[in-house]
Design a protein around this ligand. Structure first.
Ligand code: SF4
Length: 482
């Protein structure tokens, strides 16, 4: 009997998950099934993650955003992690990756899976290192054990850096920043110390068997992604990509859903070419990109440097964008960084959907523009990507209620408000009467996932508190402002 969404789709069955995705994306269920069957899209939904609201990742669907959360050895605890999960869902993450490397790995992962209405991803090599004590001491058996346990816990997708091969490592010798992927550097150390091939590569078929049993989607990690512009599109990156193309076929042969991870740091002019190359080498498997950052000069602003690249990657065909926060390269993100990163990436994903002509994507822009031009301030705030921030910006100088009806704001002032002046001129000419108004977002062909407020996930599905081992944890309040 089929076990994965891919196997069901190939067998011609539209699953309840495909039905839900079709509803959310405003597509025919048969089209969703077709896209999953031919590997062009994935529905990460571990069979035991019962709280997940199914979603789809594929270039023909709305561009998705992942938020990385998780603790490190030095920072964050259960409470902090629950706050980050809550903030990520609240600000519109489509998936979260628990990248914890500190304490309480199992408890945090179980909490995330249990509480999360969106798919949860992990990088199991991190736990394998924690268990072994150092990268070179990881055994094949322990690695498979960790992967199997996480699959049983309900993780929906896992990053597997199986494309880092022994023969690729010399190709990184001349790089400016070497190997910057955590997983990539761990596996490089394992290969060099043990003088053997990457265990994730040699055990890949066994991993696929585990994934097929639980319907875990494999996210083929880019362990050799460039960590700076100087290293972008180099031999090491493309050699690994070629291996990822081969592994994509292997996973498909086992009925496992596949997406492929991509760079990193890439100059703007090379992004479209990188996406096209991945799509060709990996036969259209969804591309899941980290940024990419289009310049290296702005630590503290890398949510912006990378959102610029992510927009271009989404326009060129990337299916999911992994957010980057202002803390990138500097420290562990807190919940405010999660909010900043997600807002930047929701903008990137939406801008990409508008640029690729996703049906109805621009309706949101048109509705907001209409509210702006007609000075319907409350509607403008309501439609804003981050309503709280939009209203706070307005209230900073004009907090009184009567200014919510005003035909100007403090930017130009009443006398110089160009929209007021323009409207008065158009009113005098009778042009305002023929203006088409009232864009009905309810009737928009855009997927619900594209309509405001950001995200489609009901945060009330995350309970107000969670008790783990007799300790009560509470998530963040609705607003990250307070
Ligand atoms: S004052 Fe300027 S910024 Fe404000 S609504 Fe008028 S045109 Fe727009």
């Amino acid at each position: 009997m089929p076990q994965t969404q891919l196997q069901w789709a190939r067998a011609g069955t539209v699953t309840p998950e495909m039905m839900r995705v079709a509803e959310r994306e405003n597509r025919e269920p048969s089209y969703v099934r077709e896209q999953v069957a031919n590997g062009q899209a994935v529905i990460p939904a571990n069979r035991t993650h019962t709280s997940v609201d199914p979603m789809i990742i594929g270039r023909e669907f709305s561009t998705k955003v992942n938020a990385n959360i998780g603790n490190s050895e030095t920072t964050s605890d259960m409470q902090g992690e629950l706050q980050k999960l809550h903030t990520a869902v609240h600000y519109g993450a489509d998936t979260v990756m628990d990248l914890s490397t500190g304490s309480d790995l199992d408890a945090i992962r179980e909490m995330n899976v249990e509480q999360s209405p969106i798919p949860v991803g992990t990088v199991p090599i991190y736990e394998a290192v924690k268990r072994a004590g150092s990268p070179e001491d990881i055994t094949h058996e322990a690695l498979l054990e960790v992967i199997e346990k996480q699959a049983e816990q309900g993780v929906d997708y896992m990053t597997i850096h199986a494309g880092v091969l022994m023969e690729h490592l010399p190709l990184t010798d001349r790089r400016t920043t070497g190997i910057v992927s955590r997983g990539g550097s761990i596996l490089a150390q394992w290969i060099e110390e043990n003088g053997m091939e990457n265990p994730l590569y040699t055990q890949f078929e066994a991993i696929c068997e585990i994934f097929a049993t639980h319907d875990v989607t494999v996210s083929l990690g880019d362990g050799l992604r460039p960590g700076c512009l100087a290293d972008a599109s180099d031999e090491a990156q493309f050699a690994e990509l070629k291996t990822l193309g081969e592994l994509t076929e292997t996973a498909w042969d086992h009925g496992v859903q596949v997406m492929v991870e991509g760079p990193g740091h890439v100059p703007m002019d090379q992004i479209a070419e990188n996406v096209a190359r991945q799509q060709a080498v990996c036969n259209g498997a969804p591309f899941y990109v980290l940024g990419p950052l289009v310049t290296d000069i702005a630590p503290g602003y890398d949510h912006i440097t990378s959102a610029i690249g992510a927009t271009e990657a989404g326009r060129a065909g990337a299916a999911m964008l992994c957010y980057v926060t202002p803390k990138e390269h500097l420290g562990l993100p807190d919940r405010d960084d999660v909010r900043e990163g997600l807002s930047a990436y929701r903008i990137a994903a939406h801008a990409a959907d508008v640029a690729t002509g996703l049906p109805g994507a621009r309706d949101w822009d048109d509705a907001l523009s209409e509210a702006r031009y007609t000075f319907d301030w409350r509607r403008q705030f309501e439609l804003a990507l981050d309503p709280e921030r939009a209203q706070a910006g307005h209230d900073q100088t004009l907090p009184e209620d009567n200014y919510k009806e005003a035909r100007f704001c403090s930017m130009c002032g009443v006398e110089f408000c160009s929209m007021r002046i323009d409207q008065e001129a158009r009113e005098a000419d009778g042009e305002m009467d023929v203006l088409e108004t009232e864009i009905d977002l309810e009737e928009s062909p855009a997927a619900a996932v594209n309509l405001p407020p950001v995200g489609t996930h009901d945060t009330s599905r995350i309970p107000d508190s969670v008790e783990i081992n007799g300790v009560t944890f509470r998530p963040a309040p609705e607003s990250a402002d307070d």
